[in-house]
Design a protein around this ligand. Structure first.
Ligand code: FCB
Length: 443
């Protein structure tokens, strides 16, 4: 087998999921409602009219799922906690059965020698809190910190890696400005408020986690990136790409890393409740930054975003541009002066799959992963302190507004029988982990 250089020893290979996308059991063991339960009921909100009430039934099948992870040799697993399982009303009374589920899951992972990376908020806000303003009220930051304290007190003896929020850009803008995600609002001013309050929630959440946890604990945030890159080597395109507004980066990474919003962001944030002292808290040091990367945008001078350089597209319609992963990793490395470790907390691809003779020959997903692993490897060679890589996703699952019509899993799920079938990409990941290097896919 041909191999590129090894990843650093101890490199954390894993997969990622989120609670609403896989757990199901929406009405069991005292779980409260979330904004996604509500949103799925709105007419035409979800393309196939589905919801997450059953999903992959992971709530009942977590043992089988951990066994699959073990079979693939995963070193780590990133999952999220459903806030309404822990606090059905969002705050106040704790639901012991909700905590018990994550207790069992964490113990199962540790017994399999798999390190749990826990995201506290991957979009399932308790409906009760939405009724009180949700992320548009500043109070949400304190609600989140209190919830974080409850979870870290329960699991912090065994979980040492915490992610406050997943992709706050999506929570704020897809949820409040474009109405494409829960809670489904279309209001720029509310979105601006939510965006800033989410950063505040991250800041207060980090403080709360550190206060409740021991010295071994690491806490960070997961952000989504879609870098603006020059479409060619020309100086004009390079400058055009550099000047292009990068909403995801400028809206979240920049304030966290520099303690200030740029002018373009301040313009966008009209209506947000930004107070003295906020930015200093938001700029508190993260123990790591989580990078979710799927695609990049190519910019041509005078034309803006172009798709004429013949990239491949996934079923999501996202251009396959592995070099963008290298670009964002090296950019963050420079922006943090190399002082903040980085994890790829999500990367993967949706393609249509077919199960034939108990196998799924997902050649395109294998090629996508291989190219992105190689880009990460190049970033490490260029000095980036990349500590781990979580493939999105372990399982095919509920892809938000696109329902069950997108397939990101390295494990196929038959939703009528809940049967799991490891895809070729799953076996490929297993081989990469075993070699700790980007091996050639076996034929
Ligand atoms: C990310 C989300 C994740 C999944 C992937 C495809 O934006 O964090 O839940 O939907 O995209």
């Amino acid at each position: 087998m041909n191999t590129t250089p090894s990843f650093p020893p101890g490199f954390l290979w894993g997969t990622a999921t989120s609670s609403y996308q896989i757990e199901g059991a929406a009405n069991e063991d005292g779980r409260g409602r979330s904004i996604w339960d509500d949103f799925c009921r709105y007419k035409d909100a979800i393309t196939d009219g589905s919801d997450g009430s059953v999903a992959c039934d992971h709530y009942h099948r977590y043992r089988e799922d951990v066994a699959l992870m073990k079979q693939l040799g995963l070193k780590a697993y990133r999952f999220s906690i459903a806030w309404p399982r822990i606090l059905p009303e969002g705050r106040g009374a704790i639901n012991p059965k909700g905590i018990a589920f994550y207790d069992r899951l964490v113990d199962e992972l540790l017994a399999a020698n798999i390190r749990p990376f826990v995201t506290l908020y991957h979009w399932d806000l308790p409906s009760a809190l939405n009724a009180q303003g949700g992320w548009t009220t500043r109070d949400s930051a304190a609600w989140f910190a209190d919830y974080a304290t409850v979870v870290v007190r329960a699991l912090g003896d065994r979980v040492k890696d915490w992610i406050t929020l997943n992709e706050p850009w999506c929570s704020a803008y897809l949820g409040y400005e474009f109405g494409m995600h829960a809670p489904g609002y279309q209001n720029k001013a509310l979105a601006a408020r939510a965006a800033h309050n989410l950063l505040l929630a991250h800041a207060l959440g980090m403080q709360a986690i550190r206060a409740a946890a021991d010295a071994e604990t690491r806490v960070g945030i997961t952000l989504n990136f879609e870098p603006r890159l020059p479409a060619s080597d020309s100086e004009e395109d390079r400058q055009a790409a550099e000047q292009e507004f990068d909403w995801m980066y400028e809206g979240f990474a920049e304030p966290i890393l520099t303690g200030a919003y740029g002018q373009r962001m301040l313009d966008r944030l009209a209506g947000a409740d930004i107070r003295a002292g906020d930015m200093a808290m938001i700029a508190a040091r993260n123990d790591f930054i989580g990078v979710n990367y799927y695609s990049a945008v190519h910019i041509r001078a005078g034309r803006g975003a172009v798709y004429d350089d013949d990239p491949e597209f996934t079923l999501m319609g996202w251009a396959v541009r592995p070099h963008g992963l290298h670009a964002i990793l090296t950019k963050l490395h420079r922006a943090t002066h190399g002082r903040t470790p980085i994890y790829v907390t999500e990367n993967g691809a949706s393609f249509t799959d077919m199960v034939t003779d108990g196998r799924v020959h997902d050649v395109r997903r294998v090629a996508y992963l291989r190219a992105h692993f190689a880009a990460a490897q190049r970033a490490i060679q260029d000095g980036v302190d990349l500590r781990g890589y979580f493939v999105w996703s372990l399982l095919d699952n509920f892809e938000w507004a696109l329902g069950y019509q997108q397939f990101f899993g390295i494990v196929h799920v038959d939703y009528t029988t809940q049967k799991r079938t490891i895809k070729d990409s799953g076996y490929y990941l297993r081989d990469v982990i075993a070699a700790n290097a980007v091996v050639e896919p076996s034929a």
